[in-house]
Design a protein around this ligand. Structure first.
Ligand code: SAM
Length: 240
């Protein structure tokens, strides 16, 4: 990926877990946010009022998204102990912190944004669609991943159909990755939008996994169209 495409996330620095900087990632973004438009003002108000943003700051998580993975993992009874984990779309790093905290033995991640290192995790600034970037990320694992988790989201354009197509394309890329790389019995967890996975994605999931469920974690804003799909029991023989 070219340096031009990489943007840097200006959040709390490495090893920030439990070392409260007194400021959450959300608050830092507020400073950089252009407050001139109505939507920016609404965004700032929502961040300031959001209990998960405050909780993330107090507990040292890099993002409020950390609570979504904690809740999803509890609801779906996912085990991380001694497992290899791949996190797709990992910036600013809340999910990586959670995977490590829950006992994963190896954690790698990729994001278009560069993020400050997290000790013990192998993080690449790159694009999931670029085979070179994916290969570089995988050098951080000693074997196939047991869990592939994806919180990838495209920048929205405001044009509903375009945004929907972009999101579907990201889910398909994440699923392609999971089906190519997961260890037998592995888990795929991915953000999907607008009423769940598309029929095509759902058919592929059902063809490759024993158990497929949609879950909306409480930390996901009620007004947001996002929902997550959790697929367990990957069977390479039945590849979708
Ligand atoms: C909601 S954020 C992820 C938050 C993260 N789970 C956490 O806990 O901090 C979604 C991320 O997906 C990334 N993303 C979108 N398209 C991507 C792509 N093609 N390759 C890699 N990352 C991508 C974005 O850059 C963005 O940082």
């Amino acid at each position: 990926m070219s340096d031009e495409g990489k943007r840097r996330w200006k959040g709390p620095s490495a090893g920030d877990k439990k070392k409260s900087s007194g400021r959450s990632p959300g608050e830092r973004k507020i400073v950089a946010h252009n407050a001139s438009s109505e939507s920016s003002k609404r965004w700032i108000e929502r961040q300031l009022a959001d209990p998960y943003v405050r909780k993330a700051r107090d507990e040292g998580y890099r993002s409020r998204a950390a609570y979504k993975l904690l809740e999803l993992s509890e609801k779906a009874r996912l085990s991380y102990k001694g497992k290899r984990v791949v996190d797709l779309g990992c910036a600013p790093g809340g999910w990586i912190q959670v995977a490590m905290e829950l006992g994963a033995s190896e954690v790698v991640g990729i994001d278009l944004l560069e993020l400050d290192p997290i000790p013990g995790a192998h993080i690449i600034a790159g694009d999931i669609a670029e085979t070179g970037d994916v290969a570089e990320m995988l050098t951080g694992l000693t074997g196939p991943p047991d869990l592939v988790i994806s919180d990838m989201a495209a920048n929205t354009t405001g044009h509903k159909q375009t945004d929907h197509l972009r999101t579907v394309a990201l889910v398909e890329l994440a699923l392609d990755f999971a089906i190519t790389h997961l260890a037998p019995g592995g888990v795929f967890l991915s953000k999907v939008f607008q009423g769940g996975a598309t029929k095509d994605v759902l058919d592929r999931l059902k063809a490759s996994f024993r158990d497929v469920k949609h879950i909306k974690p409480p930390a996901s804003r009620a007004g947001s169209p996002e929902i997550y799909v959790v697929a367990k029991g990957f069977s390479p023989a039945r590849k979708g």
